[in-house]
Design a protein around this ligand. Structure first.
Ligand code: NAI
Length: 326
């Protein structure tokens, strides 16, 4: 049986992989895949990795030396993989689509919570504090949602916004003409939106797409939600904009320095990330731990597609979900 080294394994990852796997011996490791942990993959021709693994050239080269022939990313984004280093040495596959609804619904959930201050209300009423002071939100109906990136998740999010009676505008370098989406320039989007949701991948072009300048264009009561990748936002610039009340609030499922924090219980540790500590302390900031994808349907689909790709690889079939250096 082929052996798969499965990194950054959490109990909820194992459920569907264990249920659906028939063909492989999966070796689950809690450790993230990074240069220091590569050795765990010894004896495996395949590794399965996730969003915060460090799969830069050092890791890829060490994997190649161990005889690893394929990296199966059990996620959509692959900004943490050096495709240059992998090229010619090993295949890289991903799960391009599992449940766009999981992420889009989480984005809207975060906005509703932030707008209507449900995170505050929940804590208050548990303490029999039934005061409404400070909990005023705004109607979503009739407001403008600005969507950056109109791929699978962006479009699912647009549908939800339309269901709320919102006016939707969007920005994407590859507009889906014929979709009925109202595309505008990024500057127009920042100026006109009441909520802004990020659904583009992290690339050199999108790194810090939310920066001091874009924040300066936003409406003072606008809400920003990021369920895509942390480095789309310059976190220090965001903190400054929040401090100066230049935007109304932020909902972050991802954070640019999340790698060593997210997915882990750090509650008994001293977290030295000052920017994150200040963001967490703000009443108008909501943070979840890269959880937007976490639905049963998404986990099942991730496991099924990843196992299918590995099956195809080991039986010499073409790889439907291969990613290559562009
Ligand atoms: P997709 O590939 O279907 O769509 C991405 C869209 O972004 C495309 O339409 C593309 O043209 C557009 N885009 C590219 N560069 C852009 C730019 N400079 N400005 C505006 N738009 C740009 O991807 P999908 O499935 O919709 O996923 C989007 C992102 O969501 C992923 O790249 C990933 O980072 C993130 N994600 C987050 C998850 C979470 O749990 N928080 C789970 C799954 C994905």
């Amino acid at each position: 049986m082929e052996k798969i080294a499965f990194f950054d394994a959490k109990p909820y990852d194992r459920v569907w992989f264990d249920k659906l796997n028939r063909d492989f011996e999966i070796r689950y490791f809690e450790s993230k895949l990074r240069p220091e942990s590569v050795q765990l993959a010894e004896g495996c021709r395949a590794v399965c990795a996730f969003v915060n693994d460090d799969i830069g050239s050092a890791t890829v080269n060490s994997l190649a030396k161990l005889g690893v022939e394929i990296i199966a990313m059990r996620c959509a984004g692959y900004n943490n993989v050096s495709l240059e280093a992998a090229s010619g040495k090993m295949k890289v596959v991903r799960v391009p689509a599992y449940s766009p609804y999981s992420v889009a619904e989480h984005a809207m959930g975060m906005i509703l919570m932030l707008n209507r201050k449900l995170h505050k209300a929940y804590i208050r009423t548990r303490d029999f504090n039934f005061s409404l002071n400070g909990l005023v939100g705004f109607d979503m109906h009739g407001k403008t949602a600005g969507v950056i990136g109109t791929g699978k998740i962006g479009r699912a999010f647009i549908d939800i916004c339309r269901g709320f009676g919102m006016n939707v505008i969007a920005n994407d370098p590859y507009p889906d003409t014929g979709s009925g989406i109202n595309y505008v320039t990024s500057e127009e989007l920042f100026r006109q939106s009441d909520i802004i949701s990020l659904h583009c991948p992290l690339t050199n072009d999108t790194h810090h797409i939310i920066n001091e300048r874009s924040l300066s264009l936003m409406k003072p009561e606008s809400l920003l939600v990021n369920t895509s990748r942390g480095s789309l936002i310059d976190s220090e610039a965001l903190l400054a904009a929040l401090n100066e009340k230049r935007i109304g609030g932020a909902a972050l499922d991802v954070y640019e320095e999340e790698t060593d924090l997210f997915y882990n219980d750090n509650s008994t540790k001293i977290v030295t990330d000052e920017v994150l500590s200040l963001l967490v302390s703000r009443p108008n900031v909501l943070i979840t731990s890269h959880q937007a994808y976490l639905t049963r349907e998404a986990l099942q689909s991730i496991a099924a597609t990843t196992l299918e790709s590995l099956g195809d690889f080991f039986s010499g079939k073409p790889l439907k979900y291969e990613i290559k250096r562009s």
